[in-house]
Design a protein around this ligand. Structure first.
Ligand code: 13P
Length: 340
């Protein structure tokens, strides 16, 4: 493991003013997104849409990295330029999702286990040769009646730590993503409790596997009220509870935390990130973004599956990238939404 290379990459991923675009939807997830605009999801439509995102003028300036799906890592533009090479040439970093999705966790109703460790070492070497310098693995923690169980948290955090150790052995920075789902009627205190238990277990597991924390990036969910909770916390409370939770559980040596949007709107995701960074609280790691839907939704709707809408879709992506870039500095202003 070359610690210095890992640290340089991890720091570049959370560079001030920039964040990460998650565009690594599996085929079924991509189909759900495309179904929402009535577009058939196939190799060609995925390549057309994702090619627009990757080549959007003005977006890469605010995007330190792009998380790709296996298929996209192997795709090129019509003129034969590999997507991964375009990302690198624009001064950003190509990354790759390497987990193989979730299974129902045996003997644990309503809970999920993320698979993908078998053969991971070989896959990482191939991805590194294709240009990937970081990877992502997502675990899912569900809040509900009697869940999450310790068994679910421990099994998933162990798998995340094993994945992270395989990544670093291959010279690839691991993004470790334990997503506490927004689904449910729980209040923000419950989310806070579960997030703390999850993150504490994660960092213990990473330490046990000798994972180099300075060469790792955490992808976290914000501390939120459940989607169906009647009492929805304010942006200020979300920002405060999220920062408190992270300060109590995340080692200072970590270069940065990037948030997923996880069902928040594009606007909420930007405002809440900005609130945290504008809070004046002295933080030992950077706070940035690795949004999927919150960056892509406006672009996806503008595109609508039509080539003639491509430029508008690209403008929408560049706008959200710029606004979230500003939010990493605590410099977002709602008037910037109009300035496009
Ligand atoms: P969302 O921002 O849409 O939650 O996606 C981020 C992601 O990559 C989840 O793994």
């Amino acid at each position: 493991m070359n610690r210095q290379t890992l640290e340089e990459t991890a720091n570049a991923m959370v560079a001030p003013g920039r964040g990460i675009l998650a565009m690594d939807e599996s085929h079924p997830t991509c189909k759900r997104r495309f179904d929402s605009i009535g577009v058939d999801c196939n190799e060609s439509s995925r390549r057309a849409y994702r090619g627009l995102l990757i080549t959007a003028p003005g977006a890469a300036e605010h995007l330190s990295g792009y998380i790709l799906f296996d298929e996209t890592m192997r795709q090129s533009t019509d003129t034969g330029n590999r997507f991964a090479d375009i990302i690198t040439a624009a001064g950003s970093i190509p990354g790759i999702k390497v987990d193989r999705g979730t299974l129902d966790m045996p003997l644990h109703p309503e809970e999920k286990y993320t698979q993908g460790l078998d053969g991971l070492a070989e896959r990482l070497i191939e991805y590194r040769d294709l240009g990937a310098r970081f990877a992502k693995w997502r675990s899912v923690i569900t809040i509900g009646d009697g869940i999450p169980t310790n068994a679910c948290i421990e099994a998933n955090m162990w798998a995340l730590a094993m994945y992270a150790s395989f990544c670093q052995d291959a010279g690839i920075v691991p993004i470790v993503e334990p997503e506490v789902l927004i689904d449910g009627v729980h209040d923000i205190e419950t989310c806070d409790f579960v997030s703390r238990a999850t993150l504490s277990a994660l960092f213990s597991a990473l330490a046990r596997q000798n994972v180099h924390i300075e060469g790792t990036v955490l992808k976290a969910s914000m501390v939120l009220s459940g989607k169906d909770c009647p009492d929805q916390a304010s942006d200020d409370e979300i920002a405060e509870k999220t920062i408190d939770c992270l300060r109590d559980t995340v080692p200072a040596a970590l270069p940065g935390v990037v948030f997923l949007s996880g069902g928040q709107t594009a606007l909420q995701s930007t405002v809440r990130l900005n609130t945290m960074n504008a809070s004046g609280v002295d933080l030992s790691w950077r706070l940035s973004f690795s949004y999927g839907r919150a960056l892509q939704d406006p672009a996806l709707r503008a595109w609508d599956g039509k080539a003639e809408n491509g430029e508008e879709a690209q403008r929408q992506l560049a706008l959200r990238a710029r606004l979230n870039g500003a939010a990493t500095l605590g410099e977002y202003d709602p008037n910037m939404e109009q300035a496009a």
